[in-house]
Write a protein that binds this ligand. Structure first.
Ligand code: ZN
Length: 251
């Protein structure tokens, strides 16, 4: 397995670059990296407000490093928005990903305008949307299915080639901020793409008639599951991308 340059793996970028991980005085909040990653990945890096869906990585590319905000559903302090005497938890279950505009708007609105149940509902609906992309897509031929998969594989490859640890930019300056982009893109681009690939294949299994292709799909499924766990929990190793999958689906 190819490994990233060690310096490229250093740092806890989300806690240092995500504005929401600090309070107004610049003190770090107690939100853990694992909760940030799960929140970011499951939201696909987009605002959870139903009419917004702003791609928050676009903000990152301006160089401002304001990459979306984790709002507490139940305020972390008694006097915070939607606060309770004992304070809300800093765990994923009590966080919702929002753009800066909606975070401010929701927290500044009169108490009761955006109740806890409504925000949980937004979060669940938004995450379901990301998770289920492609589940109802039907293709008329294997060639069309293959093209749709190839498009998503190409997107993953472009992210890896431009921002991954083996990219020329990362190799020339392993301490650059590119690592932040790579970490986010793995969560909000590669993981959702892998999910969509499996969703559209599973919705079109009638188009796959040979066992070799089925085997390649199942190897890809194992890779995708393992890679997701690696990204969230940084496992020492994971199942590599099966090259035979691209032979069937991206030529
Ligand atoms: Zn928004």
């Amino acid at each position: 397995m190819k490994r990233a340059p060690s310096t490229y793996l250093r740092g806890n970028f989300l806690l240092t670059t995500c504005k929401a991980a600090k309070n107004l005085k610049g003190n770090k909040l107690a939100i853990q990296t694992i909760d940030i990653k799960i929140l970011w990945g499951r939201a696909g890096g987009r605002c959870s407000e139903p009419s917004c869906k702003e791609d928050l990585t676009a903000i990152l590319e301006t160089g401002s490093y304001t990459v979306g905000e984790m709002a507490h559903v139940i305020g972390s302090k008694p006097n915070a928005a939607r606060g309770i005497p004992e304070g809300g938890s800093d765990k994923y279950e009590n966080l919702i990903l929002l753009c800066p505009t909606h975070h401010t708007h929701i927290d500044k609105a009169p108490e009761g305008t955006y109740p806890v149940d409504l925000l949980h509902n937004w979060k669940k609906t938004h995450e379901d949307l990301i998770r289920n992309v492609g589940k109802t897509k039907k293709y008329e031929s294997f060639a069309l299915l293959r093209f749709a998969v190839a498009r998503l594989l190409s997107s993953n490859k472009a992210v890896f080639n431009s921002a991954g640890p083996l990219s020329p930019a990362a190799q020339s300056d392993p301490t650059s901020n590119l690592f932040a982009i790579w970490e986010l893109r793995r969560l909000d681009r590669i993981l959702p793409n892998n999910r969509e690939i499996l969703n559209i294949i599973d919705a079109n299994t009638d188009l796959i008639e040979d066992i070799a292709t089925i085997n390649a799909v199942e190897k890809f499924r194992i890779h995708a599951d393992s890679y997701e766990r690696h990204i969230y929990q940084r496992l020492d190793s994971y199942e590599l991308f099966p090259t035979e999958f691209s032979e069937f689906f991206s030529s």
